[in-house]
Design a protein around this ligand. Structure first.
Ligand code: MN
Length: 326
């Protein structure tokens, strides 16, 4: 592919390369950044991989098996031949500190798969149909030099595929997703272990939070709309915080008959983070848009401010309206 060759050419001509990810990086973003860093190191490049806000300590423990030692500890203001951003739909998702460093690259590349994307680099590879950025990155690296891909790199790339496709279960999963996964399994990676770590493992305190909140699930519209709430008391009682709510909403959506699942988490006084997940033709993004948020058709979110009772009522009435519109 012509764009792949452009990228390979730019990398070939560069000596000092900086790699960037988005804030709150997920398995795909970190997997892409670390796989790319390791690959470029093997190609003899001097690579600086920047954590969001240059805060390496804040990176998620879950995927630390990638090996965070390749991530840059500090930055002394120097320039780079090339800046490469991964899994980045827009420049501001990088955060100000990193974007200022990104601009220090004489040339820039972005590799991304988000449907909402604003170009900000000299060369952009954007494949909306790719389940993950690592799916695209594998194709580029394989085209560049297959022999430089090793087990560690394959592990990072494979993890990105698993996390962004929900364990090959979301509709973004294509034959190419499985093809790339198949190629990566040839590197002898432990796919069962990776799947367990990123899809199944749950800390005991989060398990308690989950049980507590799920048992309070409320149903509306003959069981087609389900709502769970995470209060400050739930977090305090279980020693968790609003970051630990991730994925719990899926257990609610899994209930047969539920078409729209809603999770309301109290993040601070009179401030609520709301997530929507839907099935079939129910538009979750329309729910989030009512409150200034956004997202995908089946997964979206927003923030709502006010007294809990008011916030709750407003959300439920919007959801009922959107559910009946479908
Ligand atoms: Mn991604």
């Amino acid at each position: 592919m012509a764009t792949y060759n452009k990228i390979i050419d730019l990398i070939e001509k560069s000596k000092d390369i900086a790699v960037f990810m988005h804030a709150n990086p997920d398995g795909d973003c970190l997997g892409s950044a670390i796989a790319l860093t390791r690959f470029l190191n093997k190609k003899g490049k001097r690579v600086f991989c920047f954590a969001p806000d240059l805060n390496k300590a804040a990176l998620p423990v879950k995927v630390s098996f990638f090996g965070y030692e390749v991530i840059t500890d500090s930055y002394n203001g120097e320039r780079f031949d090339l800046s490469i951003g991964v899994d980045l739909g827009s420049a501001n998702l990088m955060g100000d500190a990193c974007f200022r460093i990104f601009l220090k690259g004489k040339k820039s590349i972005v590799i991304d798969h988000h449907s909402e994307h604003t170009d900000f680099a000299d060369v952009t590879v954007r494949e909306k149909s790719a389940a993950s950025t690592t799916q695209i990155l594998y194709k580029i690296l394989a085209e560049y030099d297959k022999s430089a891909i090793d087990e560690k790199i394959a592990e990072c790339l494979y993890t990105g595929l698993v996390t962004d496709s929900g364990g090959f279960s979301f509709s973004c999963t294509t034959s190419e997703t499985h093809f790339v996964a198949g190629e990566l399994l040839k590197y002898n990676i432990d796919c069962a272990e990776i799947n367990r770590i990123v899809m199944k493992d749950i800390p005991l305190n989060v398990f308690h939070l989950k049980n507590r909140v799920l048992s309070g699930m409320k149903l509306y519209e003959e069981g087609h709309i389900a709502v769970i709430c995470f209060t400050k008391e739930d977090f305090e009682a279980t020693g968790t915080n609003e970051k630990n709510t991730e994925g719990i909403i899926n257990s609610v959506l899994n209930v047969i008959g539920v078409e729209l699942a809603v999770s309301i988490s109290e993040t601070s006084d009179k401030c609520y983070k709301v997530s929507f997940r839907s099935k079939h033709n129910v538009d979750a993004s329309a729910c989030a848009k009512c409150f200034g948020g956004g997202g995908h058709f089946h997964a979206s979110g927003c923030r709502v401010y006010g007294y809990f009772e008011d916030v709750y009522d407003k959300i439920i009435s919007s959801c009922k309206e959107i559910y009946h519109y479908a």
